[in-house]
Design a protein around this ligand. Structure first.
Ligand code: PLP
Ligand code: ZN
Length: 467
């Protein structure tokens, strides 16, 4: 938890920058990015909400933003500004109906299914593997959850008469997030600019065009500064007045909250189907918003008593690009230095001493970002195209979650990603793509290292449909 949240109970709709402590409220005209963020200051500016303090409900409406509204800052903020609960629900339904009008389906609680064949494939004789199936969402992935959350803020702000940015919506993405943004932008009847790399899939580009989005291709120029050219263009557009309608927490902290609905759902479905014990979860990580959102939600579910704590979290990246894993190694080196010994000889240390050192190192990282996170040097290539981000923008939140409970990043080789995609489809019948099945690839790696116990209960997210 950021120190800014400790010991105080901020007013509804308050975000804090986890890097510099700046405070922003939802009634600001652009409460998306830290107002103090300036290029090159090496502070890890990412706006975050304080943790939800309300218990995670275990049932209710089939629309996640209705079911979990009491945990949403947009709801608390709307109520604090005079909107009724019914009025908020009505807004969610209007937005959801508009999404369904574009995509054919609205956002609904997604299936969570136990797969005995996957458990057998992973050698879990007495264990369980559960799969959260996000492939049936509007636009075919979990990404719409993040963008629905931002859109809800925009419509709440409009309804209660706050000044909002009139500029176009803008996103940097090559695939699932762009499609989800195009659906929601259409539902909102607002223009959307999509900044895509040269490698973007032609079918996705055609679909974006048919949804009315304006596509801008961003080449990697040899003499340009390192980092994703699409993100650079997005930042420039946002500086010119566009709304960063994008799924990197560093560019729009509001993106994280909608993603948490996935974690809240998973927690209550797991508790209902398997009980409170969940031993491990593997999450595919690109920019890191998904893992940041899910781990925050799982923590809240543990505090609510739905799940037992100590869920090992594994962030799964490809062998082609793994900046989060690289940052993790840097953090571990820093922790070892603080403990006055080398990483190899830490077996005898108390978990408490290690936690303290990890907390200190993560606090140091807030103001020394480039010691841990910088753009990947080579142009990444993999079948898991959705997780090829040059940087893990939400890296600190994900590392924090892994340090809290002893998880770790996993790097999956290309052949393992291909096997996971094939096995996922064959063994579950879910038409998931390689990115969406990358968590399973991470589990195959852990299995080959002898790290899975035969009685474990494991959760996976199948996040995107094959196109
Ligand atoms: C299907 C799918 N799963 C997972 C991810 C990773 O999400 P994040 O970039 O938030 O880490 C993406 C990102 O594009 C995706 O498309
Ligand atoms: Zn900041």
């Amino acid at each position: 938890m950021s120190p800014a949240f400790e010991g105080s109970s901020p007013p509804a709709g308050t975000l804090f920058c986890g890097g510099c402590g700046a405070r922003v409220t939802l009634d600001a005209p652009a409460p998306f990015r830290c107002p103090r963020a300036i290029a090159g200051d090496d502070i890890d500016h990412v706006l975050e909400f304080p943790p939800a303090m309300t218990s995670v409900p275990t049932d209710g409406d089939e629309q996640p933003f209705v079911r979990y509204r009491a945990l949403l800052q947009s709801h608390q903020f709307a109520l604090a500004r005079g909107m009724s609960d019914e009025g908020f629900v009505e807004l969610v339904r209007e937005l959801d109906n508009a999404v369904a009008g574009v995509a054919g389906v609205g956002l609904r609680i997604t299936p969570y299914v136990k797969s005995a064949p996957l458990a057998a494939e992973l050698g879990l004789e007495r264990g369980e593997v559960w799969v959260k199936d996000e492939t049936g969402n509007p636009a075919g992935s979990h990404k719409l959850r993040h963008l629905f959350g931002i859109a809800l803020h925009l419509v709440v702000a409009e309804r209660i008469g706050l000044p909002t940015r009139p500029g176009p919506l803008a996103i940097a993405s090559c695939g699932n997030a762009a499609l989800a943004a195009a659906v929601v932008a259409r539902a909102l009847d607002r223009p959307l600019d999509v900044y895509v790399p040269e490698s973007a899939d032609a079918r996705v580009l055609a679909e974006l065009a048919s949804l009315g989005a304006r596509v801008v291709t961003c080449a990697r120029e040899p003499d340009a500064p390192p980092g994703d050219p699409c993100l650079r263009r997005l930042r420039a557009a946002a500086a010119d007045g566009a709304v960063p309608f994008t799924v990197q927490g560093s560019e729009n902290g509001l993106a994280i909250e909608g993603g948490k609905t996935l974690g809240w759902e998973l927690a209550s479905q797991h508790a209902a189907g398997s009980g409170p014990r969940l031993d491990r979860i593997a999450i595919q990580v690109g920019g890191g918003a998904l893992a940041s959102a899910c781990t925050r939600a799982l923590l809240e579910a543990c505090v609510s008593g739905l799940l037992q704590p100590l869920i090992l979290v594994h962030a799964v990246q490809t062998a082609s690009v793994h900046p989060l894993e690289r940052a993790w190694r840097k953090l571990e080196e820093g922790v070892a230095r603080r403990l006055g010994s080398h990483a190899a000889s830490q077996a005898g240390l108390t978990p408490r001493a290690r936690m303290r050192a990890a907390a200190d190192e993560l606090a140091h990282a807030r103001t020394h970002r480039s010691d841990f996170m910088w753009p990947w040097e080579e142009t990444p290539r993999s079948i898991a195209t959705g997780i090829l981000d040059d940087e893990t923008y939400d890296w600190r939140a994900v590392c924090q979650a892994m340090f809290n409970v002893g998880g770790s990043p996993v790097v999956a080789p290309e052949a393992t990603l291909a096997r996971a995609e094939e096995r996922a489809r064959a063994l579950t019948g879910i038409d998931v793509d390689a990115t969406g099945a990358a968590g399973l690839a991470g589990l195959f790696v852990l299995q080959s290292e002898g790290k899975l116990a035969p009685d474990e209960r494991i959760a996976l997210l199948f996040t995107g449909v094959r196109r």
